[in-house]
Design a protein around this ligand. Structure first.
Ligand code: KIV
Length: 275
């Protein structure tokens, strides 16, 4: 069954949790789709886990379109959300609608995500008015890493917690169909989830959210630069890859690879004629 913004809303109404992961390429998206994930975010975390930047700020619209299109070719049933990169929506409402439109037209995703609360509501309103569903993102919004002074838990004191609650209500009112809550204390995320009618998708925000999302390299143990506290590693593919790469190198060096079954035959007669 195709997941849509409507099925996300229905899942919240029925109390069914929503599963999401990030993906950046065709074959990973295809596997997630086969596993029946509800939604895939082509996150601008791409910049860190795929492109090797220190943060998400250098990611471009071209990067996002390229990877979103690849994911959409692999995901037939998951709702694919394309992330709007830093400075693709902050400067003006026109920019925001134009770039959201590009992500949808060229990337072929079914929704876009952008970071921020009340301050980006004019953009959320304008993009949704252009019939492009918007997922909002509150809490630790990585594009604001310099303003926050690092990757830190948000909403811990009363003022900050109240602001997050108000921002969640504001993005709902502006037309967002869902909101990511990143690195928010669990009890606050639960309160926010109960206070709005759109689904909350948590990452480091506890079990009270309506759904969960993880960066797939984190949950598979493939990204070792740092592992946030909220990550659960479901397996350690990183170690398996390392071992496989080492085995390959050893076999290439020893000549054990390629074996006969990995090669193509030609008749000896043909070869003889070449001597
Ligand atoms: O870019 C991303 O992957 C994200 C998720 C962590 C929510 O924004």
């Amino acid at each position: 069954m195709k997941n849509t913004v409507s099925t996300f809303k229905e899942q919240k109404a029925k109390g069914q949790k929503i599963s999401m992961l990030t993906a950046y390429d065709y074959s990973t998206a295809k596997l997630m789709d086969q596993a029946e994930i509800n939604g895939i975010l082509v996150g601008d975390s791409l910049g860190m886990v795929v492109l090797g930047y220190e943060d998400t700020l250098p990611v471009t619209m071209e990067d996002m379109i390229h990877h979103t299109a690849a994911v959409c070719r692999g995901a037939k049933n998951a709702l694919v959300v394309g992330d709007m990169p830093f400075m693709s929506y902050q400067v003006s409402i026109e920019d925001a609608v134009y770039n959201a439109g590009r992500l949808m037209k060229e990337g072929k995703c079914q929704a876009v995500k952008l970071e921020g609360g009340a301050s980006v509501c004019p953009q959320i309103r304008a993009i949704t008015n252009a019939s492009i569903p918007v997922m909002a993102h509150l809490g630790l919004t990585p594009q604001s890493v310099n303003a926050f002074g690092g990757f830190k838990v948000q909403g811990k004191n009363e003022d900050a917690a109240r602001k997050l609650l108000e921002d969640a209500k504001a993005v709902e009112e502006a037309g967002a169909f869902a909101v990511v809550l990143e690195c928010v204390p669990a009890k606050l995320a639960e309160l926010i989830s109960k206070s709005i009618s759109i689904p909350t998708i948590g990452i480091g925000a506890g079990a009270g959210c309506d759904g969960q999302i993880l960066v797939y390299q984190d949950m598979l143990g493939m990204f070792s630069d740092f592992t946030p506290k909220f990550v659960k590693q479901y397996t350690n593919i990183g170690d398996m890859m390392l071992q496989a790469f080492r085995n390959y190198i050893t076999e290439v060096e020893s000549g054990a690879f390629p074996a006969k079954e990995h090669t193509f035959a030609i008749s000896d007669e043909v070869i003889q004629k070449l001597y």
